[in-house]
Design a binder for this molecule. Structure first.
Ligand code: PLP
Length: 399
């Protein structure tokens, strides 16, 4: 390998790492990263095989354990999050499950934000509870609720910031202190910001979770996830993956590896368009309230400006009226995709109360602010004027 294949990564800036991190060029001299679609690996001799299996010699044995394309993705994402280690997983949910299975045992207590991705709630409330893990859900804010919920056996605090869909912002440094003082780990799902906008480990979080399905891919092609943190914690998570199997495929790792190269450019564009759309929405007669941390009217604005480099691509707003009016605005769109997914080049629009948040009770929805007149938009990469026109059509029906 020539020196050109092995740049001194320590000296490189973030965007250079996004393009150059985790490259292990083969003797073929390929420029783009190869996809290693192989389940197993061959050895030179019986002795060689024995050494690999014993771990005396580093190298690949089987792709549930290690795969070179997956390793490239893990190394690149670790560099971008400022993490010692990264473990790629089959999906965002399996990243969360693997973290829990590796770090928790029966009798442990978890505090989870009420304002997390719906399936995350199900994972904690139903499946972990079945295995004797106690879970308390608290509103993301105020943070004193977390302190009050701490117990002797609290092992893990779990949150997303900014929250979905109301963009509430939690102080990561304060949360890391609450967790640390309680002898617990702080786990942050960084799916909405990505390391292009926010690096929770820099503020003292212990573990970062990703659904790579969203902005890391950025074009809605693959399902995948990742867990990041100290080498010690990630060894535990790796152990779970090797024995239980929710690993990432080489092809998906390659798609995400390519996604990381343009991540920062995309997040900047998503954020700029979302801010412009949120500002425009605030001036519309048919709109009652807009939720986007980039607006200085948003209570989380100052904090988000400190711990994020931009405000991200997801916003929500309440129309004047109720469910009927919200549906009318959604149904009048022609450009935006009506889907619950987000983090795509294509803008998506959804009615949270009857889709993403339909499985929680009406009272829980009320408490969480998921009213019937709320609409969420995950701003893509189209021209923002076309997005305004798409929403204007429906809003005009309300005036
Ligand atoms: C989508 C999502 C997940 C789950 O990820 P999958 O890749 O769909 O399994 C977890 N957290 C957040 C915030 C998400 O948006």
């Amino acid at each position: 390998m020539s020196k050109r294949d092995d740049p001194d990564l320590e000296t490189l800036a973030w965007q250079s790492l996004a393009v150059r991190g985790g490259i292990h060029r083969t003797p073929e001299g390929e420029h783009s990263e190869p996809i290693f679609t192989t389940s197993s690996y061959v050895f030179d001799s019986a002795e060689h095989a024995a050494a690999r299996f014993a771990g005396d010699e580093p190298g690949n044995v089987y792709s549930r354990y290690t795969n070179p394309t997956v390793r490239s993705f893990e190394e690149r994402l670790a560099a971008l999050e400022g993490a010692e280690a990264c473990v790629a997983t089959a999906s965002g949910m399996s990243a969360i499950l693997s973290t829990c299975m590796a770090l928790l045992k029966a009798g442990d207590h978890v505090i989870c934000s009420r304002d997390v991705f719906g399936t995350t709630r199900t994972l904690f409330a139903k499946y972990l509870a079945n295995f004797g893990v106690e879970v308390t859900f608290v509103p993301l804010l105020p943070l004193s609720g977390w302190r009050d919920a701490l117990r002797e056996n609290t092992r893990l605090l779990y949150l997303e910031t900014p929250s979905n869909p109301l963009c509430e912002v939690a102080d990561l440094r304060a949360m890391a202190n609450i967790a640390g003082n309680g002898g617990a780990l702080l786990v942050v799902d960084n799916c909405f910001c990505t390391p292009a906008l926010q690096r929770p480990l820099d503020f003292g979080a212990d573990v970062v979770i990703h659904s790579a399905t969203k902005f890391l891919d950025g074009q809605g092609r693959c399902v995948g996830g990742a867990v990041l943190g100290s080498a010690q914690l990630m060894d535990e998570v790796t152990g779970f993956l090797r024995s239980c199997g929710p690993t990432m495929s080489a092809f998906n790792a390659w798609v995400f590896l390519k996604g990381l190269e343009t991540l920062s450019l995309r997040m900047t564009a998503h954020s700029a368009a979302a801010l412009e759309l949120a500002t425009w929405l605030e001036s519309q007669v048919g709109v009652e309230q807009v939720f986007y941390a980039g607006l200085d009217t948003h209570p989380g604005h100052g904090l988000a400006a400190q711990q994020q480099s931009a405000f991200g691509g997801v916003l929500s707003f309440r129309v004047r009226g109720g469910r009927e009016e919200a549906w009318r605005v959604i149904d009048a769109t022609r450009l935006m995709s009506l889907t619950a997914n987000l983090g795509d080049a294509k803008t998506t629009i959804v009615h949270p109360a009857t889709t993403t948040h339909s499985r929680i009770s009406a009272q829980e929805r009320q408490e969480a602010g998921i009213t019937d007149n709320l609409i969420r938009v995950a701003v893509g990469l189209e021209d923002v004027n076309d997005l305004k026109a798409d929403l204007a059509r429906g809003l005009a029906l309300l005036d």
